[in-house]
Design a protein around this ligand. Structure first.
Ligand code: NCD
Length: 327
C-alpha cells in the first residue's frame, strides 16, 4: 500500500489514505486549517460556501456513529451536497463489486468519497481506480488505518498540551486490532513526540511493534507513569478470534483505566478515547466522565478536522469530467 498515491506531483494532498509517508508540514497544515473552522461551529449559521456545488458520498461498509456523522456534518458545513450510503442496503449486497459501486456513483459526478471498509486496503484500491478529479478519504479500513481519527487526536493533543516535542504519550489497550493506534503512532512520530509508549497485554500487541519506534510496556502501572497523554483504545471483541483476553473482569483489573491508575500519570495528563467506549472494560466511568477526559472534545474537533481535510483536498482541485458524459 504505497503512500505515494495520495500526493499529486506538486506534493499536494489528492487523497487521504494513511498518515504514513505524510510530512509534518502536511499534518500541521491540516491542523492549522482545522483551527480556522473551530469557531464556525459556535456560530448560529454554521456554514461556509467553500465546497458549494461539490458532491460528497459517504460510503460506509461498516457500522459507525461518530465518524459517519461528523463526515456528514463537515461536508454540510462546507456547503457540499452529501449522500450517505450504507451498502448493506444497496447493490453491493446484490453482488455488485466495490469498484462497480464506486463507478456507478462516479457516473453521478461524485467529487469525493469518504470510505469505511472492513478490509484493509479497500480505500487504496478505489483510489487507484478513480480518475484524477475524484478524491478518496479513508474513514477507517480493517486494522490498517484511520487517518482522520489520528489527525483529530493530534488536534486534541495540541489544543490541550501545546507543543508535541516534549510529550510522553501512551497508547493503551488493544493495539493489535486497532487501525486507530497505527495511525496515531505514525502521526505522533512524524510530529516529533519525545516518547511514544504502547501499553497492553502481549496478546494484544502486534509483533515487532517496537520497529515503529515505540517503547513497549506490558504492565499498565509502569506504562502510565509520568505520561502527559493517555490514548485509550477500545477492546475490539468483534475482531478477536480466540481467547486473546482473559475474562472482562480480569482485563479491567489489569488494564482498565481507573482513577488510581490515572494518578500515576503526570498531574496535568489528559485522557482520550476514539469511542465507542466500553465502560468497565478498558475504562472506568469515573475516568471517562472525569475532568481529565477530553473524549467529547475529540468528537467536536473531528468535525473541524474533516472539514479541513475535505477543504484541502477539494479546494486545490477543479472538478473535471473527462471520463464521464455531460449531465
Ligand atoms: C474507531 C474505529 O471505528 O476504528 N472508532 C471511531 O472511528 N470513532 C475505534 C473503534 O471502533 O474502536
Amino acid at each position: 500500500m504505497s503512500p505515494g498515491i495520495q500526493l499529486t506531483e506538486q506534493g499536494n494532498l489528492r487523497h487521504l489514505l494513511t498518515i504514513e509517508g505524510l510530512s509534518s508540514e502536511t499534518l500541521l497544515n491540516i491542523l492549522d486549517t482545522a483551527e480556522s473552522f473551530i469557531t464556525l461551529g459556535r456560530r448560529e449559521i454554521k456554514k461556509v460556501p467553500l465546497l458549494r456545488g461539490r458532491t460528497v458520498v459517504n460510503l460506509f461498509f461498516e457500522a459507525s456513529t461518530r465518524t459517519r456523522t461528523t463526515f456528514e456534518i463537515a461536508a454540510k458545513r462546507l456547503s457540499a451536497d452529501v449522500i450517505n450510503l450504507n451498502p448493506t442496503h444497496s447493490s453491493t449486497s446484490k453482488g455488485e463489486t466495490l469498484l462497480d459501486t464506486v463507478r456507478t456513483l462516479e457516473a453521478m459526478h461524485t467529487d469525493l468519497f469518504c470510505v469505511r471498509h472492513p478490509e484493509s486496503g479497500a480505500p487504496h484500491l478505489i483510489a487507484r481506480n478513480v480518475p484524477d478529479h475524484v478524491h478518496i478519504i479513508n474513514a477507517g479500513d480493517g486494522r490498517h488505518a484511520h487517518p482522520t481519527q489520528a489527525l483529530l487526536d493530534m488536534f486534541t493533543i495540541r489544543a490541550h498540551k501545546g507543543e508535541f516535542r516534549n510529550l510522553r504519550v501512551a497508547v493503551v489497550g488493544d493495539v493489535l486490532h486497532s487501525r486507530v493506534a497505527r495511525s496515531q503512532i505514525h502521526a505522533l512520530s512524524t510530529l516529533g513526540v519525545a516518547e511514544i509508549r504502547v501499553v497492553g497485554p502481549r496478546t494484544l500487541l502486534p509483533r515487532e511493534i517496537e520497529r515503529l519506534g515505540v517503547r513497549v510496556f506490558t504492565e499498565m502501572d509502569e506504562g502510565l507513569r509520568d505520561v502527559d497523554v493517555i490514548m485509550m483504545l477500545r477492546v475490539q471483541r468483534e475482531r478477536m478470534d480466540g481467547a486473546q483476553i482473559p475474562s472482562e473482569q480480569e482485563y479491567f483489573n489489569l488494564y482498565g483505566l481507573t482513577e488510581e491508575r490515572l494518578a500515576l500519570a503526570d498531574s496535568g495528563a489528559i485522557v482520550m478515547h476514539p469511542g465507542p467506549i466500553n465502560r468497565g472494560l478498558e475504562i472506568d466511568s469515573a475516568v471517562a466522565d472525569g475532568e481529565r477526559s477530553v473524549i467529547l472534545a475529540q468528537v467536536t474537533y473531528g468535525i473541524a478536522i474533516r472539514m479541513a481535510v475535505m477543504a484541502i483536498i477539494l479546494g486545490g482541485s477543479e472538478p473535471r469530467r473527462s471520463r464521464l458524459p455531460d449531465a
